[in-house]
Write a protein that binds this ligand. Structure first.
Ligand SMILES: Cc1cc2nc3c(=O)[nH]c(=O)nc-3n(C[C@H](O)[C@H](O)[C@H](O)COP(=O)(O)OP(=O)(O)OC[C@H]3O[C@@H](n4cnc5c(N)ncnc54)[C@H](O)[C@@H]3O)c2cc1C
Length: 338
């Protein structure tokens, strides 16, 4: 790998995409690497239980079958990896049959176990403008371990140097001219959603039902209530307290568990961390889609390597875990005889 170009070094503190960090340095050196840009994969080619390739549509509208010499590695993310499997007849039999998609392999877990890091928001008006020295309006974060028995954090916050009132405004709150926000976030959510097809037409987007705050113990909503209270304690301490004029939302009059929970759930939003829809699991896990070597169960010649294989959410933001899955996939593919 060519590491001489400065923007490939993590040490320079510049954020780069997976493409810039992994692909760009080798793009010109690998005769066996061909990249099809703006090309959409819409179905896998199967020969019985073996994946042989993938059907794609190029940016010019041409449809091609790209054949795999060794195996197919699906890495279209937690939305499109399960979607591609489903459109190829790999998934829960009842869903496929209801849509008239011929069942190639009944795999009940495809699209189940949809995970995310939902978060809520608390906003303060500040005494004046915030210094414009922010890289991305959300430069600070905070991890909290409410339960000391837990091995890791069970509450996370982003700290925004803007009044992040997009969702609260729908409830009638106003955006102050200047403000800051904290976003209590559930690192280890217990609610589970699902992704499913509504049409056999691959160009129709799948349905995503995140089922936020539906866990029986109400753990997820309680995490946000605790988060709002902890955020208020932080805001009452210096040096932050001296910057703040007033709490805008939920507002100091909202103090009870039930009211805080209702507010927190109503203004909650995704942080774009979908995962889990092709989850990895042991042989006795009926909803596992891939085995511990990332191979799709019951098929040969196909692995999944992206956020969809996460069995549970990592407490931190997922990108680093996704890159680790990718690096592990390289080891597994390279390490197995062909
Ligand atoms: C706005 C935003 C901000 C985020 N910020 C952070 C952050 O700060 N830190 C962090 O850790 N995570 C962050 N995330 C989450 C992180 O980007 C994802 O968790 C991660 O990219 C998931 O990786 P993946 O490989 O599973 O999927 P993706 O990164 O989505 O990769 C899938 C790739 O497959 C391509 N693809 C999909 N479908 C098809 C198809 N049918 N045919 C051909 N190609 C296809 C897509 O174009 C994409 O290039 C953020 C996400 C968003 C949207």
């Amino acid at each position: 790998m060519n590491l001489t170009k400065p923007y490939y070094h993590p040490e320079d503190n510049k954020r780069s995409s997976a493409s810039v960090a992994y692909l760009h340095p080798v793009m010109d050196d690998r005769p066996n690497l061909r990249i099809f840009l703006e090309t959409w994969a819409f179905r896998l080619e199967l020969d019985g239980a073996r994946a042989e390739g993938v059907h794609v549509r190029t940016k010019d509208g041409e449809e091609l079958l790209v054949r795999a010499r060794h195996e197919v590695v699906l890495c279209a993310g937690a939305v499109d990896s399960p979607r591609l499997l489903l459109h190829s007849g790999i998934g829960p039999r009842a869903q496929l049959e209801a849509l008239g998609i011929p069942v190639a392999h009944d795999l009940p877990g495809v699209g189940e176990n949809l995970l995310d890091h939902p978060e809520s928001v608390i906003v303060w008006e500040t005494n004046g403008p915030i210094p414009e020295n922010s890289a991305m309006d959300s430069d600070a974060g905070l991890f909290v371990r409410r339960d000391p028995q837990q091995p890791g954090p069970d509450l996370m916050f982003h700290f925004y140097q803007i009044p992040f009132t997009d969702n609260p405004e729908r409830l009638g709150y106003e955006r102050p001219a200047y403000g800051v926000s904290m976003t209590p976030n559930i690192p280890k959510p217990r609610s589970r959603g699902r992704l499913y097809l509504t049409s056999a037409d691959p160009s129709v987007k799948p349905a995503l039902d995140f089922s936020y705050f539906t866990d029986e113990e109400d753990y997820d909503a309680r995490t946000l209530v605790d988060g709002l209270r902890i955020a208020r304690r932080i805001a009452a301490s210096e040096p932050l307290a001296g910057w703040l004029k007033r709490e805008v939302c939920p507002g100091p009059e909202i103090v009870g568990d039930a009211e805080l929970s209702e507010y927190a759930r109503k203004v909650a939003h995704t942080v774009y961390h979908p995962a889990g829809t092709c989850r990895m699991g042991a042989a006795d896990d009926a909803l596992a889609v891939v085995d511990p070597r990332l191979r799709v169960r019951g098929l040969s010649g196909i692995r999944v390597a992206d956020a969809s294989v996460f069995p549970a959410m990592p407490a931190v933001n997922p990108m680093i875990g996704v890159l680790m899955v990718g690096e592990k996939a390289v080891d597994l593919i390279g390490g197995e005889s062909r």
